[in-house]
Structures are given as C-alpha cells and as structure tokens.
Design a protein. Sequence first.
Length: 171
Amino acid sequence: METLETTVTSHNQKELDLSAVDEIVARYREERGALIPVLQEVQGHYGYIPPEAVSRVAEGLKIYPSKIYGVMTFYKQFYLKAKGKNRVMVCCGTACHVKGSDRVTRRVLDEIKLPDGQDTTEDGLFTIEQVACIGACSIAPVVVVNEKVHGKMTQDKTMRELRKITEAADE
C-alpha cells in the first residue's frame, strides 16, 4: 500500500487526503466483518464516503468495490455525496403528514432553492431530507435541524429556524 498516492483530486477538484482511510483500514485489516465499522469511520472523517475512499477501502480489505457500494446503498446511514453544513430533516410519517408536514416541506423547498435533483444547496449550507418517520408522532409535524428535534412545526416556524442559520452564516 506504500506505493499508492495518499491524495487524489475529488469530483470538486479539491485535494482529498486519503491517509485517514489508510489508517482506518489498517486498524481493521485482520478483522472479519469490518466493512461497516470502516465505512462508519470513513464517513465520520469526511462527512460522506467519497468514491476515492471506496477504492482504497476495497484494496485494503481485499473486497470488491461493488460489495462496498451494495452495503452503502442498503443502509441509509451512509452518504454517497457530501452533505450540507446544516442538515434539515422533515418527517413525512403518517402523523406528521396528517398534521401538515407536506406543506412545511413544500415551503422549505420553495425557499431554499435546491438545484434540480439535489438535496444540498449549491453553497453547501443546507441539506434537506424527507424521512419516513422520526418517531416523535405526539409532537407532529416534526422537523429536525442539526439533530435538534422541533415539534408542532408550521411553515413559518420552520422558516424562522432556517433563517437563524442563514443569518448566522452571513455574519
């Protein structure tokens, strides 16, 4: 593995340092079933799992990249693309839907202006996700902003939370 370059140019043309991947893989190389812990640590380091890291993990653990992608796409915890600095999850479960989460979602998407087919704003400030259920049905509709649960949300309350973040980022 010493012959491999430790940096490569990623999709956004920034240098991606892969030495962290090498260190993570080295700690797990001899363990059976190490793929998920390796992917969790790689994602913890980068915030997502870059394609270059998948190749490096495949080499280090001696498994096919297709197996890694199979695991990554099966489990929702793994991200194939970089996420925004602020993660906004709108619950779309039955209780939240009945209480108006679809209106909240529409308003967020109208005002945030996501690029077509994307879940992250161009400036990388927000990632907007619609999730099946947060598990807080008694306070529906629920919006989670950066891991803080907000219950009984309306369109206006949600936009106030997002504006706080935008204003703080502008300072």
